[in-house]
Design a protein around this ligand. Structure first.
Ligand code: NAG
Ligand code: NAG
Ligand code: NAG
Ligand code: CA
Length: 352
């Protein structure tokens, strides 16, 4: 046993830390314990995750983190590497909630500061996201680009247009917070097919912005289903450092069904989304320095609890700036099912 350990350490020293630096975004559809108790599904997830040095995961379902932590433990066991994870608060406007998780090779890349974007006042329905973007700055050793910021998002399909637009505000805020331009917005934007159509793009600031490059184009298919061809999952990059760091033609969906010759049913058991991936330039001067690895897995990203916001001046009988608003306390509603319940505010159709 001791000999094996020494040998592993020795090999670890002789090998380069990594031959590539890849970032991915992956909506692992309703990730929960059932995906790791099924060993076949778990092993394919590990084959997918091990392609990357840094992954933003969406749709992590349960409030307790044991499932995602044990996936990372298995990933470490399978690869002999040190991945760790940074986990967001449990986010949503109702009992349906999700977490964002960053999984990263902690010997070569680590989060230095993070927060949940403050998107307005949920009590009055004037907030902009169902799941506030989870923003984190990373320090990276083996890439040319030594520091960058990621903004993870999983939009509500019903409000994808306004949420993708509001990502522009989250981006401006991140620039202020970190005094940094090199920012990658990544995640399941739901920015395609029926949720965001070609007529919507002109009013989406993130799309019109000269500062941003959409690295996953509208024609990409990030869905597993053969019935859909939609570029839901995206990378949107800004900052000359980041834009020059991304290797040309590396941003794409990873079709794991083809890559691993899976049956359609098996592929769908993994997720309804493919990951999207990109690769960054390595630092030719990389010295071999590594970060100290942690004995424990899982960092809690903190809570979004904020002081009760002030609703005075908010017109609760209007949907203006309140799309998605629902509470039994409101006189009328602005969420997608209000028509069904005949509870919409009178101006719902003109604003949402
Ligand atoms: C790690 O992997 C080995 C096989 O390589 C297996 O025997 C062992 O049970 C695994 N350990 C854990 C904690 O899963
Ligand atoms: C609130 O919004 C409703 C619906 O648009 C409008 O009829 C009403 O005049 C507004 N009230 C105030 C105080 O602005
Ligand atoms: C909207 O409100 C209804 C109640 O009217 C609620 O049951 C439902 O979950 C909400 N739907 C969405 C899409 O937010
Ligand atoms: Ca919110």
């Amino acid at each position: 046993m001791t000999t094996t350990c020494c040998l592993l350490v020795l090999i670890g020293c002789l090998l380069p830390a990594s031959s590539a630096f890849k970032i991915a975004s992956f909506n692992i559809q309703r990730f929960s314990n059932s995906k790791i108790t099924d060993v076949n599904v778990r092993d394919i997830l590990i084959q997918i995750l091990r392609r990357y040095e840094l992954i933003s995961v969406q749709e992590v379902m349960s409030s307790d983190d044991t499932a995602i932590i044990s996936l990372v433990r298995e990933l470490n066991n399978a690869t002999g590497l040190h991945y760790n994870l940074l986990i967001s608060d449990h986010l949503g406007r109702s009992s349906y909630r999700e977490k964002y998780v960053y999984i990263y090779r902690e010997d070569i890349v680590k989060p230095t500061r993070w927060y949940h974007y403050d998107d307005g006042c949920e009590n009055c329905g004037t907030d902009s996201f169902i799941r506030e973007p989870f923003v984190a700055q990373f320090q990276s050793l083996i890439t040319d680009l030594k520091s960058f910021v990621l903004i993870s998002i999983h939009t509500s399909p019903d409000y994808a247009v306004s949420e993708v637009d509001a990502l522009f505000d989250a981006w401006e805020d991140a620039q202020q917070q970190f005094l940094m331009e090199d920012i990658l917005i990544l995640g399941d934007f739901n920015a395609a097919c029926s949720y965001v159509t070609s007529k919507d793009w002109p009013r989406i600031r993130l799309r019109q912005s000269e500062s941003h490059q959409w690295l996953i184009g509208d024609k990409e298919d990030t869905t597993v289903s053969t019935n859909t061809h939609c570029a839901y999952d995206r990378f949107v990059a800004s900052g000359t450092g980041l834009l020059t760091a991304v290797l040309p033609n590396t941003a794409m969906a990873f079709n794991f069904q083809d890559a691993f010759s899976l049956s359609y049913d098996m592929a769908k058991a993994i997720s309804d989304h493919y990951p999207v991936e990109l690769e960054l330039h390595l630092d030719p001067q990389y010295s071999g320095e590594v970060f100290r690895t942690s004995p424990s897995l899982g960092i809690k990203g903190g809570s979004t609890n904020r002081v009760d916001c002030d609703c005075s001046g908010v017109n609760l009988t209007s949907c203006r700036g309140r799309c998605g608003a629902f509470s039994p306390d409101y006189p009328c509603h602005c969420n997608a099912s209000c028509s069904k319940y005949s509870s919409c505010c009178l101006d719902y159709k003109s604003y949402c």
